[in-house]
Every structure is written in C-alpha cells, then in structure tokens.
Design a protein around this ligand. Structure first.
Ligand code: AMP
Length: 383
C-alpha cells in the first residue's frame, strides 16, 4: 500500500510517499520533500497549489502505481480523538472546532485535509493526532489545580504532544528489550527542537511533560518549558501584550535564550570551548530533564528503560552523558564507548551494571503515521 504522509504547516507542506509493505525499511520511502513559502511572494498561493506543485515529483516515482491513502499529522485531537481516524467532512469540522486549542497548527492541518479532499475526492484520508497517545493519562495527571470552569468552558487541561513519536518509540524499545508492548514500563525522552518526556506504564502514556500546549515542561530549542505562571501576570502588568509574551516564551526562550543558539551541536561546541552561557544552558536543560526522569521513574512504578530519541536524543552523545551523570541516585551507569557509537539502529548506551538500561531508539513519525493510516484504511475496507 502506498501512503502519502502530509505534515501541513501554515506556510509549509512536508510530504513523504511511503510503501508500507516494503520488505526493507530503507526502500520504504519513494520520495519526500517540503514545499515552503505558501502564501508568500514566490511561493504557491495556497495549500491546493502547493499540492499541484507536487504532481511532477509524485508522478516521477509512481510510474503506473497509485497512491492508496493519505495520512495527515494533526497536532490537536482534543478529548475526542484517542486513535487515528478515517476522515470525512464531520471529522474535518471536529478538528476545526479544536482550532482555539492549537491556533498555529490545527487550521493548517485542516487546510491540508481540505486540499487533498478537493484534489482527490475519493482518496481515503486518515488523521493521526499528536495528542492521541496521551488520552490514557489518568485525571490526576491531566488536571490542573484550578477552578473547574477553566476545564469545562475552555478545555484547559493537560493534553500532551509528540504522541505519535512516544508511542512508536515505546513500542520499538519494548521489542528491543524482548517484552510485549503492553508490558513495557519506561521513560521516553523525545529530545528534538521540541522536547518532551513521557511516563509509559503497561505500554500506555500515564504522564507527559507537555500540557495544555507544547510549551509546558522541559527546556527546548526556543521554548522556556515550565515557569512560574505569575511571571506572565507580571509581564502583562508591565505592559507586554499577549502576542509579545507568546513570542517571548515560544520563540525567544529555551537554549536560544540561555546560550544564543537553539542548535544543540552549537551549544555543546561553545560549552567545550569555555563559553559560560552555553555551559549553564546545558546544566539547566539536563538538570530539568533528570528531575522529570526521576519523577516518571516513580510514576511508572520503576522504569525498565530510559529511552532517548529525536534529533538530540539520537545524535548528541555529550547531552546524553550530561543527563546520565545526574541519574546516579537511580543506579544509572553510562558506557562511554557505547554512548559514542553512531547508528540508525536501536541500541543500549548504558553499562551492564546499570540499574536501568539507557537506550537510544530512533523515532520515525512519518513511518508511524503511514502504518497507522494503512491500518485504519484496511479495517475500513473490510467494512
Ligand atoms: P528534531 O526536531 O528531532 O529534528 O531535532 C532537531 C534538533 O536536534 C536540532 O535543533 C539539533 O539541536 C539537534 N541535533 C541534530 N543533529 C545533532 C547532532 N549530530 N548533535 C547534536 N544535536 C543534534
């Protein structure tokens, strides 16, 4: 089955055409790319035009085969969507009703869904939600200690994000350890531009560091993560607007604020060269992460593994080492040689005597979306 995976942003459209039945994972991707500057000078006028711009690239690899389904990454599934769903008009409207919860992302996802629906009216489309895996959070983990109307009127609760990645990586980690996915207890660390940790118990998400929005939790490339909410009130009283504060905390904070760069490679190099700000940035980020790991180890009743994934988690041996160095109380022991190995395969980076194994398990959100899409379409075809 050929699945076109779409990740539709407000001014960009990322795509990947995958054969979900390919014998070798390396041959699964037929083509991929990104269309940028949608709606800007020199770019396509809208998402529909961005899709027509793809026709040639797709035709070049399709030959006489055809696309069987389209799978979309949708950021917010609210409380309704706990699983990937086959898309129809009602589903698109339901996603649209969630726009206030994800004003930057869901409207763009809806544009992508509608553009495909008008281009190929009979094409099965599946929405795969970033929040869905976290629908199993117990109420004590998702509820904020605030008056109930914030929840009932505004949907203010913790939702969690990066769910597709956390679920995929938890499943792969379980397979690597030789346990059934529903028997896996562990802590999964998605360390990319966005950063989140998930407490996985019995294969299910029972807590996660991102909350109402992807701003809560850990130190990220340009996002602050946790801070005292009174800081926002203080800034409002100082005359800063909602948009300014939004920009400050989502785009100008995190590693960028602390070290002057949001790229972990640059920050590590600067710290190694003696830059004090970069060293502090790494300390803040690794310290916060270690605190969450300790908390989630308790939450899951004892983690069978701590799993690193995404750009930083998979590639930054120095950052993994800084995190591991803070986990001595858990009996964690890193193996420096294993940690230095570069590979695309799941692997152990801790020493045999480590009380909890540290794993590196590469994520692949496109693959997870394509497989989820194929599964939904196959069930629907069976009626
Ligand atoms: P992602 O969002 O998963 O694509 O991760 C992006 C981030 O991963 C980048 O901002 C980098 O900071 C980090 N990254 C990617 N490659 C490396 C590397 N070789 N060493 C350290 N950090 C890396």
């Amino acid at each position: 089955m050929l699945v076109l995976v779409i990740n539709s942003g407000s001014s960009s459209l990322k795509y990947q055409l995958r054969d979900v039945d390919a014998a070798e994972p390396e041959s699964a991707v037929l083509t991929e790319g990104v269309v940028e500057r949608i709606g800007f000078d020199g770019g396509p006028a809208d998402h529909a035009q961005a899709l027509s711009d793809l026709d040639a690239a797709l035709a070049a690899v399709l030959g006489d085969r055809r696309i069987d389904a389209v799978g979309h990454r949708v950021v917010h599934g609210g409380e309704r969507f706990a699983e990937p769903v086959l898309v129809d008009n009602e589903i698109i409207r339901a996603i649209e009703r969630l726009n206030p919860l994800a004003p930057l992302h869901n409207p763009a996802n809806v544009l992508g869904l509608r553009a495909i629906a008008s281009k190929w009216p009979d094409m099965p489309q599946v929405a795969v939600f970033d929040t869905a895996y976290h629908r199993t959070l117990p109420e004590h983990a998702w509820r904020y200690a605030v008056p109930d109307w914030l929840y009932t009127h505004h949907g203010i609760r913790r939702y969690g994000f990066h769910g597709t990645s956390h679920q995929y990586v938890a499943g792969r980690a379980a397979a690597f350890l030789g346990v059934a996915p529903e028997e896996f207890d562990g802590v999964v660390l998605h360390l990319g531009n966005g950063v989140s940790a998930t407490a996985v118990q019995g294969g299910k998400s029972i807590d996660t560091s991102m909350g109402f929005t992807p701003l809560e939790g850990l130190v990220m490339g340009t996002r602050s993560g946790d801070l005292d909410p009174s800081i926002l009130v203080f800034l409002v009283r100082q005359g800063h607007s909602a948009d300014e504060i939004d920009h400050l905390l989502n785009r100008e904070s995190g590693l960028a604020a602390l070290a002057g760069s949001n790229d972990m490679r640059t920050v590590v190099e600067a710290a190694d060269a003696g830059d004090r700000h970069a060293a502090i940035a790494l300390d803040v980020a690794s310290y916060r992460l270690a605190k969450y790991i300790g908390g989630y180890h308790v939450a899951v009743g004892g983690a069978a593994a701590i799993v690193f994934t995404a750009g930083i988690g998979e590639n930054s041996a120095p950052f993994r080492a800084r995190v591991a160095a803070r986990l001595g109380a858990l009996g964690v022991v890193l193996d420096d040689d294993l940690n230095a190995v570069r590979s695309k395969d799941p692997r152990t980076v801790s020493a045999p005597e480590s009380a909890i194994p540290l794993l590196v398990v590469p994520t692949d959100e496109e693959r997870a979306i394509a497989e989820a899409t194929a599964a939904v379409v196959r069930v629907a075809a069976r009626g």
